[in-house]
Design a binder for this molecule. Structure first.
Ligand code: C5P
Length: 242
């Protein structure tokens, strides 16, 4: 089935309570079919939030950024598979074996539907930290690219990266390697704490497969209208690349 503009959009439920999350889901109705559940909501609500979203036939991106020894990661991935999660994040800095264990857990259950994405370098870290603490002398971009390549060779389905990094990642890891992009801000909206942001149009043109768009939708006076405008911009981007 051909991916439509609305299928590119993932809305994060960055709220502490299930009820608040469900207000967003209700408001957006059929416009949005993919939601991200992150550490805050999952730590408070637990697997029941995934269950509720799946009952409503929504796709779930469980963004827990797992980072542990391979055996533990394998167990956690199995749990995510059992919950029906569609997309899950692990830290690439957890190493090749950890990523491979995560992906093998998926393959062993023949759950092709669960895509594991690698998180490269958190946007809250900078080159000084990489060099002083981790002893990495490469530039941030080089490190992101290397980590994406390791994720690819461990079998992961893709990575989380900014729109600026997409084309290089695709060049190195292939066009089917999924890139999910946060930090999206339509023109004329608040940047909030996103230092480097891209418009939905730019992200799609650069090749992003999924766009995580939170506050421009969830803090809008009319969430439905805000999401519609973003989907329209995604559509414009798709037309440009067609
Ligand atoms: O509200 P906003 O659109 O900034 O939300 C972006 C979402 O993407 C948040 O859930 C945030 O945690 C996540 N994210 C991000 N930057 C990253 C990785 C994840 O903004 N580098």
């Amino acid at each position: 089935m051909k991916k439509e503009a609305k299928d590119f959009l993932i809305v994060p439920l960055d709220v502490p309570l299930i009820e608040e999350g469900l207000v967003i889901v209700e408001e957006l109705g059929n416009l949005v079919s993919f939601y991200k559940v992150g550490l805050e909501l999952f730590t408070r609500a637990g697997p029941v939030i995934v269950e509720i979203l799946k009952k409503r036939e929504k796709k779930v991106f469980l963004d827990l950024k797992l980072h542990d020894i391979p055996n533990t990661i394998s167990g956690a991935v199995n749990a995510a598979i059992d919950m029906g999660v569609d997309m899950l994040t692990v830290h690439t800095l957890g190493g090749f074996e950890m990523m491979e264990a995560a992906q093998k857990a998926v393959w062993n259950k023949r759950k092709d539907g669960l895509v594991i994405l690698g998180v490269t370098i958190l946007t809250s870290l900078d080159e000084a930290f990489l060099e002083d603490v981790l002893g990495i002398e490469k530039s941030l971009n080089e490190e992101v690219l290397d980590l994406a390549s390791i994720a690819k060779s461990a079998g992961l389905g893709g990575v989380v990266a900014s729109a600026e990094e997409v084309s290089l990642i695709k060049e190195n890891c292939g066009k089917d390697f999924i890139v999910t992009t946060p930090g999206i801000r339509p023109k004329g909206t608040e940047k909030n704490d996103q230092k480097r942001s891209n418009t939905p149009f730019e992200a799609v043109v650069s090749g992003s497969d999924y766009l995580v768009v939170g506050r421009p939708i969830t803090k809008a006076k009319d969430m439905h209208k805000a999401a519609e405008a973003i989907i329209k911009e995604i559509g414009d981007g798709l037309q440009k690349t067609a």
